[in-house]
Design a protein around this ligand. Sequence first.
Ligand SMILES: [Zn+2]
Length: 113
Amino acid sequence: MHELSITMNILNIVEENAIDLNAKTVHEIEIDIGELSGVDDDALQFAMQCTVKSELLNHALLVINKIPAKARCKTCNHEFDVSDYYAECPECHGFDNDIYQGKELKIKSITID
Ligand SMILES: [Zn+2]
């Protein structure tokens, strides 16, 4: 379950930032997860609940934004939604495309006091 290590990473980064900002409590952690990132949001929420957290992070709510995957065809420049890495261009039926959105996993914002 690699979501556990991802959760630990997220919490470490958030905690470092929160300490830098002299925060007393972290209320919310908002993250973007691409559909093709391979990260399961339920597993991530579960890992978040199971992880032992410091006082600073103990009440933090994890808000997950799912980012749809989009590709641009390298042959005809058409842009389209994809659900996996081997997507066919609906215009020219080529497979040479560049997935420019949907692989991300990043912390978007944190809400602190
Ligand atoms: Zn195309």
